[in-house]
Design a protein around this ligand. Structure first.
Ligand SMILES: Cc1cc2nc3c(=O)[nH]c(=O)nc-3n(C[C@H](O)[C@H](O)[C@H](O)COP(=O)(O)O)c2cc1C
Length: 337
């Protein structure tokens, strides 16, 4: 029983999920079929709405609901056009507003802010009974998000794939845990059961994993991209601004190398994405020309050795975590955990 209690964390109680594993709402990569597979397996699947329009988001929500009645989330990049923090006024772009409207109308159980503050929508989300989560890359952002009313914080370290901050996961997570009173998830560099146990030891109540879920059958990515994650080791990624204008961890390839030494030619966000990154990334991620554009992945790629069904990933992470707790800490677990 003790082990069950250890792994059935506050996250599980708040979200009413079986396992403390969340699949990151990765733009371009996380469609309904991936979120559904993760939620069905007992984790929290999250739609990456950052790359969708409102119509696509509604369709992907339907895909999830057609396959499971378990909780799931939507991850929105809260790009703001005007923010007056003192007056508590936050205004989002029309595209973001449309995504927010769909998420509220559909009463999706969990709303995640992958970028920027969800302050302008927290009250509406809470009225609908939704849980609001947000990513933070440092303590200052985490404290601000808590003040903005976020229910669960995701502390994402430098090890992570995609846009990332400067502080490593191991140092960041306990500092965020110490600085806020809401529950915290650990993100960045976590891909197996050892990472889950470590995250719990750091004070997190669960994990938010991205890269591990790209190398799954349900992720929306070309097989060459998935297989490249399997092929590279822990040194196979690099943080560069060449994709979007902001620091982003990508797999090292001809595209990233072509920008080395030319950093002063990189345009500020979002111009670099619009003029360079978006088209190059499409060719690399979907057409399989993996040397020709930015393909995000984290340092945990070195831990990933196969492309598997996402549900198996959830179950294997849990089984490994249970094994670690048993073998290293003598925590006896019930069969089936
Ligand atoms: C391909 C890719 C796309 C991502 N897109 C988003 C996004 O749209 N919104 C977001 O909140 N985070 C995004 N992230 C970051 C993830 O949410 C997560 O923090 C990160 O993947 C965790 O680190 P890991 O990759 O080491 O597991 C993305 C990451 C990757 C690898």
């Amino acid at each position: 029983m003790a082990g069950v209690d250890v792994l059935h964390t506050e996250l599980c109680r708040i979200l009413q999920i079986r396992y403390p594993i969340c699949q990151a709402g990765m733009g371009f990569v996380a469609p309904g079929r991936l979120a559904a597979a993760v939620s069905t397996a007992g984790g929290l699947g999250v739609l990456g709405a950052g790359s969708m329009n409102a119509k696509q988001l509604r369709e992907e929500i339907t895909v999830v609901r057609d396959s499971t009645d378990r909780p799931f989330g939507v991850d929105i990049l809260f790009a703001q056009i005007k923010a007056d923090r003192n007056a508590q006024v936050v205004q989002y772009t029309d595209e973001v507003k449309a995504l927010i409207d769909v998420t509220l109308e559909e009463q999706v159980p969990v709303l995640v802010a992958g970028l920027g503050s969800p302050a302008g929508v927290v009250a509406d989300a809470h009225r609908q009974g939704m849980v609001v989560m947000a990513l933070a890359g440092n303590v200052r952002q985490a404290v601000r998000m808590e003040r903005d009313g976020v229910d669960i914080l995701i502390a994402q370290g430098h090890d992570a794939g995609g846009h990332t901050g400067r502080v490593g996961t191991m140092a960041l997570v306990p500092q965020v845990v110490d600085a806020v009173s809401v529950p915290v998830l650990a993100a960045g560099g976590i891909a197996d059961g050892r990472g889950l146990v470590a995250a719990l030891a750091l004070g997190a109540c669960g994990v938010w994993m991205g890269t591990r879920f790209i190398a799954t059958e349900e992720a929306l990515a070309h097989d060459n991209y998935k297989n490249k994650i399997v092929a590279i080791d822990e040194e196979g990624t690099v943080v560069t601004r060449c994709h979007s204008g902001k620091p982003c961890r990508l797999i090292r390839n001809q595209f990233t190398e072509s920008w080395e030494g030319r950093e002063d030619e990189i345009m500020p966000f979002p111009m670099q994405t619009i003029k360079v990154g978006a088209r190059a990334a499409k060719r690399a991620r979907y057409d399989g020309l993996i040397e020709e554009g930015g393909i995000p992945a984290g340092q945990s790629a070195g831990l990933i050795h196969d492309v598997r069904p996402a549900g198996d990933v959830v179950r294997d992470v849990m089984a490994e975590a249970a094994g670690v707790l048993h073998e290293r800490f003598g925590v006896a677990l019930q069969a089936g955990v």
